[in-house]
Design a protein around this ligand. Structure first.
Ligand SMILES: NC(=O)c1ccc[n+]([C@@H]2O[C@H](COP(=O)([O-])OP(=O)(O)OC[C@H]3O[C@@H](n4cnc5c(N)ncnc54)[C@H](OP(=O)(O)O)[C@@H]3O)[C@@H](O)[C@H]2O)c1
Length: 592
């Protein structure tokens, strides 16, 4: 008779499935920091359906999605599944794994008990009408990320998956290496190669953000394996060597530029011209790295808000910016003129379908892609590994955790194929500048769009000429009633909120007062404090800041006023406010 549970590190006899298993679980009442949210429990081994496979997990990969699952934010994964009819009140996460097949469903033909496998995290219902019709299953309403959107992921001795999720384990990798790569690698593969004629081709340049990160390290290797010319963007020169060792033609340090974030408004000619200067400098360095006046046909995007304007600008005419995340924010701004005039594509992308996961796994099996596993943890440290990720203190590359494997370094049964990075095309094949000495890198332009000819207007006006001297302030406890009196009495539209040491900590505008009224009686509204209704933080500018620059900041952030400081007296309180109203009055010489 099968044992009720097997201790970790001792494999049950092949094909023998115990009743219970050890699992790292998350429960709703523990949502919060991963170090508390994850706990080990004994859970019943799940039953499998006819099209499913039960895998004994040897090692599991660590991904950011289960930091979110632990936090219960932005999605309460347990609540969402219960709403859909599932009964379990716990979540077993884990979207990457290596392991051994222990049981197969009646209709499964592609997997057998004893197979050593890796698992990809794309799960869908093969009977869904859109899948049956032949559409990409990634577009099916039944698509779920296994071990995040579905339960019974890889953070337990057994996991259940759809049979098409299992792929052969590369024999030269140990269990923890094999568990580290599939989620990021499959995602990178689809982004680079999953878009038909828009996919990366031989000799195409691919610009890869976060080249030393999980996705980026995979993207560099895939692009190079397919004959592309990957160029990595990173935040430190120390990462150059790593990216180049993976196959990058060269690297750009993003810290050498300061034009990041939302685009200035297109009517803000000065701000726009300044942005153009920054992005052209970036493009010029890109050409220097490539050694040729050639733009990336594919930009590999995930930072989002901060980098999208640059990605679209430097992308080749007819090329694509493919994006799978918005790590720096979701409100990306696009100058549509570049999209339609230069027929560029902004393409969203999410994980991979089975064919793409297989295609990527093949590259790993051939030794063309290394899993870039930076650190493996013991079973007991699973929560710690997620806590490190949550605190952004995790090492670069990909991490994994031993689940059933008794120790590190086990499971590789063949020698590692030496990673043969395909040669870059010879310079004459892609028309590079010949010889360093003759190299004159031209100014970067995106095919001479007229908008790029906009010249900055020399602006001599300074904030000092427009500042409204003196601040009308209130403190954090001031009531809405009192603030309303001050505003109406002084004919002003906002108050600066200061803390006990007179430091500005926020702004209350008329807008905030009106918003505070929503859902409350006027008596309740009057009593609210500034601390509750203010917009926290104050954007400042210096007395000597050019007025045009201050206007760019205001329009970019949609702020009506900036707090003005005097940088020659850094310890003094702010000296005044620069308000839209004052700029209009002084510029147009209009008095009310
Ligand atoms: N949709 C999907 O299927 C899917 C799949 C996998 C991952 N993702 C998402 O993709 C994102 C990246 O994942 P990952 O595993 O590669 O994470 P990672 O290992 O943390 O790497 C992200 C890289 O982004 C770079 N970066 C950080 N801030 C940046 C900024 N302001 N501007 C430009 N680059 C910046 C960093 O490199 P430098 O500091 O060196 O520039 C970092 O190495 C995450 O949000 C993840 O959730 C989505």
């Amino acid at each position: 008779m099968a044992k009720e549970i097997h201790e970790l590190g001792s494999l049950p006899p092949l094909g023998e499935v115990p009743q219970k298993m050890y699992a790292w679980t998350i429960r709703q009442e523990r949502y919060g920091e991963p170090k508390e949210a994850f706990q080990v429990e004994k859970i019943d081994v799940p039953e499998i359906a006819d099209d499913e496979v039960l895998v004994y997990v040897m090692a599991a990969g660590v991904n950011y999605n289960n930091v979110w699952a632990a936090l219960g934010y932005p999605v309460d994964v347990i609540g969402a599944r219960q709403k859909a009819g599932e009964k379990e009140d716990f979540h077993i996460g884990g979207s990457d794994a290596s392991g051994i097949v222990y049981k197969v469903g009646r209709r499964v033909t592609n997997a057998h008990v004893g197979d050593e496998v890796v698992i990809h995290c794309g799960s869908w219902d093969s009977q869904c009408p859109s899948v049956l019709k032949g559409d990409d299953p990634m577009y099916s309403p039944t698509f779920r990320i296994w071990g995040y959107e579905t339960n019974y992921g890889s953070f337990a001795q057994f996991t259940k998956v759809k049979s098409f999720q299992v792929l052969p384990k590369p024999q030269h990798l140990n269990w923890e290496e094999a568990a580290a790569y599939m989620l990021v690698g499959g995602t990178a593969y689809r982004m680079l190669l999953g878009w038909g004629e828009k996919s990366l081709r031989k000799n195409d340049v691919a610009l890869i953000w976060g080249g030393a990160g999980g996705l980026g390290s995979m993207a560099i290797q895939i692009a190079r394996a397919r004959g592309g010319i990957p160029v990595a963007v990173v935040s430190d020169n120390d990462k150059f060597e790593y990216c180049e060792s993976l196959g990058a033609k060269g690297c750009i340090n993003r810290k050498d530029f300061d034009h990041w974030g939302m685009l200035p408004h297109w009517k803000d000619t000065v701000g726009y011209a300044k942005w153009l200067k920054g992005v052209r400098k970036f493009g010029k360095v890109l050409w220097e790295v490539i050694g040729e006046k050639k733009n990336p046909r594919l930009v590999f995007e995930h930072p989002g808000e901060s980098t999208i304007p640059t990605s679209i600008f430097v992308c080749e005419t007819g090329g694509s910016v493919v994006i799978c995340a918005g790590t720096t924010g979701y409100n990306a701004t696009v100058d549509l003129r570049y999209l339609w005039m230069r027929q560029k594509t902004l393409q969203g992308s999410h994980f991979a379908n089975a064919e793409q996961a297989q295609g990527f796994n093949q590259l790993v099996m051939e030794g063309l892609v290394d899993p870039c596993m930076s650190k493996a943890f013991k079973f007991d440290d699973l929560a710690t590994s997620h806590q490190l990720m949550h605190e952004n203190r995790h090492p670069h590359g990909n991490m994994s955790v031993l689940i059933g494997a008794p120790d590190f370094g086990m499971g590789a049964i063949k020698p590692k194929p030496s990673i043969t990075i395909p040669a870059l095309p010879a310079p004459e094949e892609y028309g590079a500048w010949v010889g360093k000495d003759n190299k004159v890198v031209p100014e970067f332009t995106s095919d001479e769009m007229d908008i790029e000819k906009t010249l900055p207007v020399e602006d001599t006006a300074r904030v000092a000429d427009y500042v409204h001297d003196g601040l009308i302030t209130c403190n954090l406890d001031t009531t809405v009633e009192k603030m309303a009196h001050i505003m109406l009495q002084h004919h002003i539209r906002a108050l600066v909120v200061t803390d006990n040491s007179n430091k500005p900590v926020g702004i209350v505008s008329q807008f905030d007062l009106v918003l505070a009224r929503q859902g409350r009686t006027s008596e309740e509204t009057k009593k609210l404090s500034a601390a509750l209704v203010m917009s926290p933080g104050c954007v400042t500018c210096d007395l000597q800041t050019p007025l045009s620059e201050a206007i760019t900041t205001m329009t970019r952030l949609r702020y009506h006023r900036l707090v003005v400081v005097d940088n020659t007296r850094p310890n003094d309180p702010p000296v005044g406010v620069l308000a839209m109203t004052d700029i209009i009055k002084k510029t147009l010489d209009v008095n009310t």
